[in-house]
Design a protein around this ligand. Sequence first.
Ligand SMILES: *Cc1c(COP(=O)(O)O)cnc(C)c1O
Length: 491
Amino acid sequence: MMVIKQIKNVTVRRSTTLREALSILDSTGAGMLLLVSETEAFERTVTDGDLRRLILAGMSLDDTLGSLSQIESFVIYEAATKREALNLMNQHAINHLPVIDSARRVVDILDRKDIDEQILLSTPHMGNAELEFVEEAFRTNWIAPLGPNVDAFERELSDFVGVKHAAALSSGTAAIHLALRLVGVSRGDRVFCSSLTFAASANPIAYEGAEPVFIDSDDISWNMSPVALQRAFEAARKEGWMPKAVVVVNLYGQSADMDSLLDICNAYHVPIVEDAAESLGAYYKGRASGTFGRLGVYSFNGNKIITTSGGGMLLSDDKALIDKARFLATQARDSALHYQHSEIGYNYRMSNILAGVGRGQLRVLEERVKSRRKIYDAYRAAFSDMPEIQWMPEPEWSYSTHWLTACTIDPAVGLSSTDLIKRLADELIEARPIWKPMHLQPVFSHCAYFNDGSESVSDRLFQQGVCLPSGSNMTEGQIDRIVSTIRKILR
Ligand SMILES: *Cc1c(COP(=O)(O)O)cnc(C)c1O
């Protein structure tokens, strides 16, 4: 964005001489002058090519710009979106575009390199060590889905979160699938699962021919409501069945209320599979999120807080479970010389190259958590005067990574979250809705759903919720741009 002073510096009038005009071009390096009328109204842009043509036509350096022809230069009004400006620039292959107000006064000059840049929701953010581990894998020809980086990544991650055993896998979804198999989920079983989540939490239930039963969130953490879970268990007991497992999801970097959920599940002797795909680096009452279930799952997909470009980890204190996970993840080969199989297996292991990326990323995890929390704080502070924006709460027992900064927009504002997301997209800013709850998904419409008996919290959060760009590699300038754009839209 060019400040007004700079606009003044490149403004010329019909009385300006060619010599003055050339000297301004030369000293400012702006590449373009703004010709304005007596009333400061924008007339046209002037390039050094225009000046060259005047000289070739026989004018001297002391002649004025008075004879410059009246041409229609491309301009854009203040109210235009960044996308409209960029389209105009692309159409006419221009890099600068004057922005004018209703009196045709120039109020800004858009520079392609400032607006071309789209701000994305969450992008990979590499540290310094990743490439060394990958290079080592190449140097030693460990390019297989096993090797020293895989072993070390499993060890380093389980040490970091304080769990005894871990298996590095090809995705978080694969880890959830194996977890369900390991707790014995099979055809005809039912599995309780958070409704407010990404489909990957629930899909593996269907892989096993079991049926998900969805549980609502609470307002305190946006994660599984203990009240709704209790109601689901009571209903199941009355009908004479029990779920095989409960998939508890930790949303947007925040742990669910694990003590309350564990109390209920333990009372019914049903194991928790903890989907901590989004909460690596978070804590619940001082203990690492993802370490509370019988099995825990992390994801290293490209948009997560750390990434291996694609990958996951399954964790447990139970060595037998993790040994079995490694066995199933490598095609369930029996320990015989010939290729013998007594069970159905999968090709779910992480490659030694990607595990190298993961080892490097693990070294910067705490830094990434700090950055994401700072971004959440920056948004909150920037909008502290706007009570119509409510932020995802952080209960006192939670240390959230704020993997994504999530908020809800009060419907009284008269602008839906969908509208806000579309308007931001017009300004080349990627925001996203809160996950569409699983009980509202066409593919799961036949499944049962329990809330706390009053309203459905996840429905409301979905209708009003927005996730703002939260990448740890965002600049302060980008955050400023997002904040001012949202203010402009909500005003
Ligand atoms: C990303 C994600 C997954 C799936 O992880 P992948 O590594 O992409 O397979 C599962 N659950 C939740 C809640 C997620 O956000």
